[in-house]
Design a protein around this ligand. Sequence first.
Ligand code: NAP
Length: 474
Amino acid sequence: MELIIQISYLLAAVLFIFGLKQMSSPVTARRGIHWAGAGMVVATLVTFAAEEITGNDQAATNVMLIIVAIAIGGGYAWYTGKRVAMTDMPQMIAMYNGMGGGAAASIAAVELVKAQAAVDAGAVSSIPAYLGSDVTVLALVGAIIGTIAFSGSIIAWAKLDGRLNRSKLLPQQQLINLVLAVILVVVAVMAFNNSSLNTIIAFFGLALVLGIFITVPVGGADMPVIISLFNALTGLAVGFEGYVLGNAAMIIAGTVVGAAGTLLTHLMAKAMNRSVSNVFFSGFGTETSAAAATETGGVQKEIQPQDAGIMMAYASQVIIVPGYGMAVAQAQHKIWELTQLLTNKGVTVKFAIHPVAGRMPGHMNVLLAEAGVPYDMIYDMEDINADFANTTVTLVIGANDVVNPAAKNDPNSPLYGMPTLSAELSENVIVVKRGRGTGFSGVENPLFVADNTRMLFGDGQKVANELIQAVKEL
Ligand code: NAP
């Protein structure tokens, strides 16, 4: 039986790795999700056969508890997963992520409390004497990381869901965090050397508070990067606790998630031209940082949907740049309908995707895939940027920061250095947005007042509909 369990864990780990590999392309991503999900099913089912679960007189209770937990967790996830709006996806991920960190921390708590009971009963002299030194260290480190990811992710969820708007808790918050982190390490060392149940409780309490204190000062708009970092930490914590339990599937899955999350965090920060520490400490996207935005002189010139429709229908090439506003307006289906009409008129249409367009990695790719846009029409920034110079019309729909040319040519701009889509190089630019407001960064966009730009004001879906009518009438 033990051999079957180990082979099943290996199979689960292989399914996780191949699933993750397939998620790197939108063409295979859906299959990747199914593979990784199958891995999770294998890993969960085989748990029922584990000696610790069914090999003792508590077997019936253990199985019952697992089934109840699966029913509650799985049922809730199924229900919310089906209903969640695409714009609310980041907070759902934050919540699930936090649960992963919490689960890893709970494993550590169970093992540490079990060891402490043995110490209190006089069976052993210390926790390491019961668990082994290496296991105790990994249990403690995994507990710190998992608990911080747990409480931090809940704060991230609350901020993204608009339930918490504070970006400051105490004066000298960073200094307090540092002191708290040092105390936490001291308490962890105490738990290792000379523990008591109170030390363990204080240890988890401190880690919970530190997770909250670390996350509260982060600008609400930077939350997706923080969530990605917490995701990496959760993976790491699961890997460590996998070592504690001697579970190969947890070690492999946790390490893979840890590596993928670290890479994603790095890529997101790089695409925003920020360092991860800047994301943590600058409060970017809060009111104070938005106030630092530079003013752009000039007048925004308007265009009507009929004229915009004519411009696009007689263009040789149109590039569509979607952004966060397209997600808010849920305009992707109408945009695809417009694309088909233009293609039928002989216009070459391409979609240009900035790596941080929207509010989560791959946000635009998911929306366009949902609308049925073929993958070969969708281009990454580095593949399409040179093509803007050969384009008659660039239609910017609900995007702002990702097409801000100040990022390239204004050293005083807070966005300076962030790679952006070169929409300004095309012959004409049509920008669809509701008003004259700034985007996520709070920075003015000189593209909107450029000679070759026309503003088409209105909700993304409504305007897309008007453009469809305009093209149909030609
Ligand atoms: P953006 O800079 O936030 O701009 C979105 C624009 O959409 C706004 O200017 C808004 O203007 C418009 N809009 C909102 N609702 C609309 C509607 N219903 N119809 C039409 N327009 C609407 O978005 P972006 O260009 O996609 O840039 C993404 C930003 O998010 C970047 O600064 C990036 O660094 C940041 N970010 C991204 C991620 C990620 O993973 N993707 C993570 C963290 C941060 P109006 O209000 O005038 O309509």
